[in-house]
Ligand binder design. Structure first.
Ligand code: AHM
Ligand code: MG
Length: 335
């Protein structure tokens, strides 16, 4: 059982006991991510002071405006992982293609790949609202000693070795799992150390918060419309509370602590919704399940979806188990 107030460094060392005979590669990888997170955090905190916010004049692969801090965060995480030669490849929401990292002497001996959304919720940056970084780690499936391939990244979420997010909020937190529960660490900015503040995080089985962009209501499938009406009905412990930050990391983080459901369904305008399976949904689904919650596309488990492309999108329902099951019930009924 993790000890509260332990530092992340101490925790990582203790946690290595879960992987007997391990080379320490995963621990070093998480160490690199926590370092990059601190650097990005420093920059995010300065966003209102320096002229770093605002559109960069470029669009990312999905054709959306890219903000300067997105670019900064993307570069910082890639740089840190590349310099430390700790992974064999990186795929980022902000890059069209994956990046191969040859490693020491170009021998391709590193066994992990990282997929990430370096700054999720970036439309919130210039209004001083929380944003996040999401990461997902897999063991490569192609042989060591050969260049990393697309198939190393196109693995179903149930193959994840670790996943986590950093939330740049009122406090900065790093929340992650290696498949043995979910633990949350809060950054003490004065010391630059992360402390275990939220050991063994669990979604309450039942919740009272629903998070969805209701502005898109007319475009939602009937099942989602019916579920929203159910949330608003006056009966038992309903109506529920509606909370939507528009920053998935923050919305799910809150719901994990308080109990709730987050939804980004498909719509008549976007057949697969908006969120990306590999960079956003799989890691959040792994964390959610590890915290006792549930994550689905409305009909099936997110973690069992076989990805076919890097930037694939998927409808997303994620949160307290009973709430997600209820939403699925409405989806099925309306089919
Ligand atoms: P981004 O990766 O471009 O920032 O988009 C993802 C974000 C999520 O954090 C958030 O839940 C969602 O987009 C909000 O979208 P919308 O404004 O359509 O509700
Ligand atoms: Mg995103």
């Amino acid at each position: 059982m993790p000890k509260k107030n332990q530092t992340l460094g101490e925790f990582i060392i203790e946690n290595q006991a879960h992987f007997p005979g391990s080379s320490g590669e995963l621990s070093r990888l998480i160490n690199s991510l926590r370092l990059a997170a601190k650097v990005v955090n420093h920059e995010v905190n300065k966003a209102g002071l320096v002229d770093i916010i605002g559109a960069y004049g470029e669009t990312n692969v999905q054709g959306e405006d890219q903000q300067k801090l997105d670019v900064y965060a993307n570069n910082k995480f890639i740089q840190t992982l590349t310099n430390r030669e700790i992974v064999c490849g990186i795929a980022s929401e902000e890059n069209d293609d994956f990046i191969r990292i040859e490693g020491h002497n170009g021998d391709d001996q590193n066994k992990y790949v990282v997929l990430m959304d370096p700054l999720d919720g970036s439309s919130n940056i210039d209004v001083n609202v929380s944003v996040g970084t999401i990461f997902s780690i897999y063991r490569r499936v192609t042989p060591l000693g050969t260049p990393v391939q697309l198939e190393d990244f196109l693995q179903p979420g149930n193959k994840q070795v670790a996943a986590g997010y950093i939330i740049y909020g009122t406090s900065t937190m790093l929340v992650y799992t290696t498949g043995h529960g979910v633990n949350g660490f809060t950054l003490n900015p004065a010391l630059g150390s992360w402390y275990l503040s939220h050991p063994d995080m669990k979604f309450p089985e039942e919740g009272k918060i629903y998070s969805i962009n209701e502005g898109n209501y007319v475009h939602f499938p009937q099942g989602v419309k019916d579920y929203i009406k159910y949330c608003q009905e006056e009966k038992g412990d309903r109506p529920y509370t509606s909370r939507y930050i528009g920053s998935m990391v923050s919305d799910i983080h809150r719901n994990m602590i308080k109990g709730g459901i987050f939804m980004y369904p498909k719509s008549s305008k976007a057949n697969n919704g908006k969120l990306r399976l590999l960079y956003e949904c799989n890691p959040m689904a792994f964390l959610t399940e590890q915290a006792g919650g549930k994550a689905s596309d409305g009909f099936q488990r997110i973690l069992d979806i076989e990805p076919t492309e890097l930037h694939q999108r998927v409808p997303f329902f994620c949160g307290s188990k009973n709430m997600v099951e209820k939403a699925e019930e409405f989806m099925k009924k309306a089919e």
